[in-house]
Every structure is written in structure tokens, then in C-alpha cells.
Design a protein around this ligand. Structure first.
Ligand code: XMP
Length: 412
């Protein structure tokens, strides 16, 4: 049966992904293509309809368009009944059947992965982020015993995070390898203050550790990655490929000789990936995980990194997250920073001179810009009094209200 597809043609609109997600939410598969795509490509896909987003004066590709939505995307978004417009377009004009269901996605991918991989082995670098976690769970379902996951624990994770990741995957049908490389990473980072140097050292060390572990396993023909649809759209777009030949992405070693790359989530948006994760019974803490930078807490300790500083930051960060998680709506990203400023304080009868903790919570759609979240004051107060009471080394906490720009999300 031919798959029902609607194309979202991108003429520079900033809402292309939102429109595509809305269409998928109405059970019709939507694919984003650049406005200058060859007409031949569109004919090949044979969509049941096309939605043009962005510049309303842009020239359409020379195609005998099946059904075109005349409305510019912003108009749909301004309309209170934008969903109604899409509903009408999809089901009355394009006569869509609405057969796109995420529950079918798992079965389809399981079949496709099995066909592609056969009885051969697959290697995966598991970071514990949403995408690589869901990718792991899907592969563990498709090819139990053939999958090996390497989780490099660089010692820069948040409180208990390494153990949570291990707990979520060690009981699945896969060969889970946790490499405890904390000492190795901290030794390399000793004395390093410059943020870009920290990132470079961590990236290089990660590759080295992964390579060493992979070599121990012998030749593995497939490398799996949790690439998702926005990664593909942002890097130029690719129609409907879940499995393509290997190119170096995601900072993985170039000289590991893989035959093919397996990317079973490459057609999904983040919300869909989370949905699949829930269906695969991953713990809520992993599925709802907020974005966390690859170099971990190294970009949240200002100045030199030591285990002691990391432990203080981990505790403060855990308290802040715990308090924020009690709110009904959560910020897009929220965390603590260990600054290199010292301040005078009083604890009991003692005068202290200890580092200042900063708290940050931001709201954003795309992380290119953000605003600081107006956290309810009682939540902030509770977080601050808990941090100063429960962590002996902290007597002062500040809240960062800077937007991006001029600030960035992370301090480093
Ligand atoms: P900035 O600080 O650039 O952050 O406003 C935007 C988003 O990117 C994340 N971030 C990183 N993610 N490696 C990553 O994987 C990094 O080095 C890195 N630096 C920032 C940040 O957490 C935010 O979500």
C-alpha cells in the first residue's frame, strides 16, 4: 500500500517544523522539503497535498500540484482554528485517510532493522539522552542479543545519572557496556579553565575510549545512531532514508570501519521519539529528560574542574531540579552552575568564604534564543534555602535572569 504523504515546502518560514508536527498530529505523514526542490523529487513522492510555508510570494516548483494549501503558515498559526484549517485541507480537500500511527512505526522499523541487519552485529554509542536511549530500546526489541551498547561514563553526569542509565538498559536484551572513565577524563581536564579546551578534550577522550572498547569487540558492520528528523532537515534534508551508508556524524571515530549506519528514528520529531520511548517502556526520567550538553557538567563548573566541585554542583543541581519538577509546567532547560566567585557568608557562628551557586531556567522553542523563566518565587526560595542548608560548602545562591541573546543558555 502506498504511504500517504503531505509535503511541507519550506520557503524560509520558521514554522515549517511546527506545521509538519501538526499534520502528523492529525495522523497524516508530513515531510519537509526545501522550496527549491526539483519537481521530479516531488513527483517521485507523489504527495496527496502540499503546504507551502514562509514567503507567500515564493515561486513554486513547476509541478502539476495535486492539492495546495493557499494560506501562508503564519496565517494558520494566527488563526485560533489553525488546526481546523489543516483538518479541512487534509481530510476534505486532499481526501486523506489519516493512517499515520506511531504504534505502527515500531513494528515497521523492527521489520526494517531485521531485514537490513540480518544476523550481523550492531554497535551503538549510548549517551543516555532521549534519542540514543529510544534508539537503543528499539534496537534491543528488533535484534536482541545482536546489539552492543557502549555507555562512556565520563564522570561529568548529573547526580545518579550514570546508575539510572545502567538500570534502564542492563535488563534489556543487549550487551550493555558501561565504561567508568571518570578518572581518565578528570586527569585530562586537570588545570584546564578555557571552555572550548574543555569541550575539545572531552570530545577527543570520548572518541579514544569508544574506539578502545569497540576494538575489543572485533569487527562490527553496523553503527546505530539516534539521529532524529530535525537533524536531517537542518542538515539539508533527505527523503525517507532510515538506513544509509556511513558518514561521520555525532563526533564518533572516523577510522572505525562500519559498513552501514542504522538510524531508525530519522523520520521522527522529538515529541514522537518520546512517545516511542514511552511505548517501549523506558523510564519517565529518561523519556522526559531535558537537553543535557555532551560535555556534561564540565561546562557548568566555571574554572578548573575537580571531583569535589562536581559533587557540590551535582547536589545543588539535583535540589533545584527536584523543586522545579514539582511545578505544573516546566521550563525548557533548568540547571545549576558552580561559579568561580567566592562570597562571605555566615553558617551557625562561623563566617564562611565559599563559592556562589547560580541557578538558570530558560524557556525556548529552538535553543537559538531563550528567555529566563519567571519561576514562582516560593519555588526559588525553597530551592535556595535547601541548597544552603543541605550543602555545607554553599552559603550563597543567585538566579540568572539573562535572555539569549545577549547571554547563552550555558555559562560556558
Ligand atoms: P547555548 O549555551 O549555546 O546552548 O545557548 C544551547 C543549547 O545547546 C546545549 N549545549 C551543548 N550541547 N555540547 C552539547 O551537546 C555542547 O558543547 C553544548 N553547549 C551547549 C545547551 O545545553 C543548550 O541546550
Amino acid at each position: 500500500m502506498k504511504k500517504e504523504v503531505v509535503i511541507v515546502l519550506d520557503f524560509g518560514g520558521k514554522h515549517k517544523e511546527l506545521i509538519a508536527r501538526m499534520v502528523r498530529g492529525l495522523s497524516v505523514y508530513a515531510e519537509i522539503l526545501p522550496g527549491n526542490v526539483a519537481a521530479e523529487k516531488i513527483r517521485e513522492i507523489a504527495p496527496i497535498g502540499i503546504i507551502a510555508t514562509g514567503d507567500p510570494k515564493a515561486e513554486m516548483p513547476a509541478i502539476n500540484c495535486p492539492k495546495l494549501l493557499p494560506a501562508e503558515s503564519d496565517a494558520i498559526l494566527r488563526e485560533k482554528d489553525g488546526r481546523e484549517i489543516l483538518n479541512n485541507f487534509l481530510f476534505n480537500i486532499c481526501k486523506a485517510k489519516g493512517e499515520y500511527k506511531l504504534r505502527d512505526y515500531i513494528a515497521t522499523q523492527v521489520k526494517l532493522i531485521r531485514q537490513t541487519v540480518g544476523t550481523q552485529k550492531v554497535l551503538l554509542a549510548l549517551s543516555g539522552g532521549v534519542d540514543s536511549s529510544v534508539c537503543t530500546a528499539l534496537l534491543a526489541k528488533a535484534i536482541p542479543e545482536q546489539l552492543t551498547c557502549i555507555f562512556v561514563d565520563h564522570g561529568l553526569m548529573r547526580l545518579n545519572e550514570g546508575d539510572e542509565i545502567e538500570a534502564a538498559f542492563s535488563n534489556r536484551n543487549l550487551n550493555f557496556i558501561r565504561v567508568n572513565a571518570e578518572e581518565r577524563f578528570l586527569a585530562k581536564l586537570k588545570g584546564v579553565v578555557d571552555p572550548e579546551k574543555k569541550r575539545k578534550i572531552i570530545g577527543e577522550e570520548f572518541i579514544r575510549v569508544f574506539e578502545e572498547e569497540a576494538k575489543k569487540l572485533g569487527q562490527i558492520p553496523f553503527l546505530a545512531q539516534g539521529t532524529i528528523y530535525p537533524d536531517i532537515v537542518e542538515s539539508g534534508g533527505q527523503y525517507g532514508t532510515t538506513i544509509k551508508s556511513h558518514h561521520n556524524v555525532g563526533g564518533l571515530p572516523e577510522n572505525l570501519d562500519f559498513k552501514q549506519l542504522v538510524e531508525p528514528l530519522s523520520m521522527l520529531f522529538k515529541n514522537e521519539v518520546r512517545d516511542i520511548g514511552r511505548r517501549l517502556r523506558l523510564p519517565a526520567a529518561l523519556v522526559n529528560r531535558q537537553p543535557f550538553p555532551g560535555p556534561g557538567l564540565a561546562v557548568r563548573v566555571i574554572g578548573e574542574i575537580t571531583k569535589e566541585k562536581l559533587d557540590v554542583l551535582r547536589q545543588a543541581d539535583a535540589i533545584f531540579r527536584e523543586e522545579i519538577d514539582k511545578l505544573r509546567t516546566r521550563p525548557s532547560q533548568y540547571f545549576a552552575i558552580l561559579t568561580d566567585s567566592l562570597s562571605v557568608g555566615i553558617k551557625g557562628d562561623t563566617r564562611t568564604y565559599d563559592p556562589v551557586i547560580a541557578l538558570r531556567a530558560v524557556k525556548t522553542d529552538d535553543f537559538m534564543t531563550c528567555t529566563a523563566t519567571r519561576i514562582p518565587y516560593p519555588t526559588l526560595e525553597r530551592a535556595v534555602s535547601r541548597i544552603t542548608a543541605e550543602i555545607p560548602a554553599v552559603s550563597r545562591v543567585v538566579y540568572d535572569v539573562t535572555s539569549k541573546p545577549p547571554g547563552t543558555v550555558e555559562w560556558l
